[in-house]
Write a protein that binds this ligand. Structure first.
Ligand SMILES: NC(=O)c1ccc[n+]([C@@H]2O[C@H](COP(=O)([O-])OP(=O)(O)OC[C@H]3O[C@@H](n4cnc5c(N)ncnc54)[C@H](O)[C@@H]3O)[C@@H](O)[C@H]2O)c1
Ligand SMILES: N[C@H](CO)Cc1c[nH]c[nH+]1
Ligand SMILES: [Zn+2]
Length: 440
């Protein structure tokens, strides 16, 4: 059995350190090439292609008539899901709603920039958005909560969910419960590249959308890349990843417990424990076998593949400074600061999409509904993107308003720059030609 990867940063040259920063999806070329014919088939054949790929790729018994989830299926889902699961979904949705309502921008603001000259922003919902909910290596009602709640808070009028069907032709029941409780009533049974193509082009059954958000496998990420000229692909959210940052105030066994959280998503995930304390690193390595003994076989296989492979393991740094530097260079999707004084470290970390503070805030709690969004940028995109938010579901128009009294000051400077840039109509519109036409 392979050993957990142990990286002593003080022994690595720059090239070896740079390799640690890479993710499995760094090269999507082969997925993009294989997703291309799927996308093309959906564009040209519509529902027929969705049914074919549903059967081939998801081994699912779907027909054109059953591609859209019926009201009866929603009702049956509430019967099928255990009451405590419904309660956990309600609890999460409520927290996520409170967080995102706080985040919602004012519908409009206007400021007097100079006397008689007003400028501001107005926010209006995007007309139609599709939410991708994965269903490959597990079911994700939590992703339904995380994508649907901010969309509903933003007021998007046309919302739909796309998610892969299961072999019996149904959709994960808890996903349907979460959808209805969050306020989304349209769910289509298609996943992967074909789902992205379906909402980009539309089919006989699937209504096209202006934007798609939500995480997914490399098939989903590849299709979003191919269709970026047709549909807004939202923030890049691929295979899950995390850094557990630990100082010397915690036990390494705790770090190992939390390191396994995102490592168990799939063999394409990434997860590191980063610490400058050799004791913490050694305790973590020693604790992993016990933790694995309490996991399901599939999740052991996934997390072993990550932690024993090139995209995971334990990183021992020569100093606290080097730990900060590694985290900021890596720009993780999830970062957990394991310390009895996490706020002492927070100011040093600038590149992370989600930062969870202290020994009582494991990534699990963030994933399942503390409030902040757990759909997050992966593959170092945390350097420029933040978590999914209400602002992903609205667009901004800027508003300008100049009064009769304020006009001449702005016009004078505009004439000067219009002349410099060589625009005669721009000039004329603010010249003496304007006055005769103005309302008296
Ligand atoms: N970044 C985030 O915020 C975030 C949140 C949750 C999950 N995730 C990640 O999302 C991903 C979900 O992936 P998943 O696989 O569980 O579900 P998925 O729904 O994204 O992918 C499954 C679909 O991929 C397609 N597919 C599978 N094999 C294929 C093949 N050989 N050819 C063509 N298409 C194929 C099928 O259509 C299938 O329905 C995981 O990597 C997880 O870590 C990320
Ligand atoms: N960790 C995922 C985001 O990378 C979210 C999630 C949902 N369920 C379990 N985990
Ligand atoms: Zn997770």
């Amino acid at each position: 059995m392979a050993d957990v990867s142990f990286h002593d940063l003080s022994l690595l040259d720059d090239a070896a350190r740079a390799r640690l920063l890479k993710r499995s999806e760094a090269d999507l070329t082969s997925f993009v090439e294989r997703a291309r014919p799927i996308v093309e088939a959906v564009r040209s054949e519509g529902d027929a292609a969705l049914v074919r790929f549903g059967r081939e790729l998801d081994k699912a018994d779907v027909t054109a008539a059953t591609l859209k989830v019926s009201e009866a299926e929603f009702d049956a889902a509430f019967e099928a899901v255990a009451p405590e699961v419904v309660e956990a979904i309600r609890f999460g949705i409520e927290n996520i709603r409170v967080f995102h309502e706080e985040q919602k921008p004012e519908a409009m603001w206007l400021k007097e920039i100079r006397p008689g000259g007003f400028a501001g922003d107005r926010f209006t919902p995007i007309r139609s958005v599709a939410l991708y909910v994965p269903r490959g290596k597990g079911a994700f009602p939590s992703v339904t909560m995380m994508t649907a709640v901010p969309a509903v808070v933003a007021g998007v009028p046309e919302l739909s969910i796309v998610t892969p069907p299961t072999p019996d032709g149904s959709v994960d029941a808890a996903t349907l419960v979460a959808a209805r409780l969050a306020g989304v009533g349209t769910v289509y049974k298609c996943g992967g590249a074909q789902a992205v193509a379906a909402v980009a082009y539309g089919t006989e059954t699937v209504k096209p959308a202006l934007k798609i958000v939500g995480p997914g496998s490399p098939w989903v990420v590849a299709a979003k890349r191919l269709l970026a000229g047709v549909i807004d692909p939202g923030l890049p959210a691929g295979p899950s990843e995390a850094i557990i940052f630990a100082d010397g105030s915690v036990h390494g066994g705790l770090a190992a417990l939390d390191l396994l959280v995102e490592a168990e998503h799939g063999p394409d995930s990434s997860a590191y424990l980063v610490t400058h304390e050799r004791r913490v690193a050694e305790e973590a390595l020693a604790a992993l076998p016990d933790h694995w003994a309490r996991m399901t076989e599939q999740r052991v296989d996934f997390s072993r593949a990550v932690l024993c492979g090139p995209h995971g393991g334990v990183v021992l740094t020569p100093s606290l400074e080097e730990s900060y530097r590694f985290v900021n260079d890596y720009a993780p999707e999830h970062l957990e600061i394991l310390s009895t004084d996490p706020f002492a470290h927070l100011g040093r970390i600038t590149e992370a999409a989600e930062i969870l503070m202290g020994p009582h805030t494991p990534v699990t709690i963030g994933n399942f509904g503390l409030g902040p969004n757990a759909v997050l940028p992966t593959s170092r995109w945390a350097r420029t993107y933040g978590p999914l938010s209400v602002t992903d579901f609205v667009k901004r128009s800027s508003i300008g308003y100049v009064t009769a009294g304020g006009y001449e000051t702005f016009a004078r400077h505009a004439r000067t720059l219009a002349t410099y840039e060589g625009f005669s109509s721009h000039y004329n519109a603010v010249s003496e030609m304007r006055a005769p036409y103005l309302p008296k």
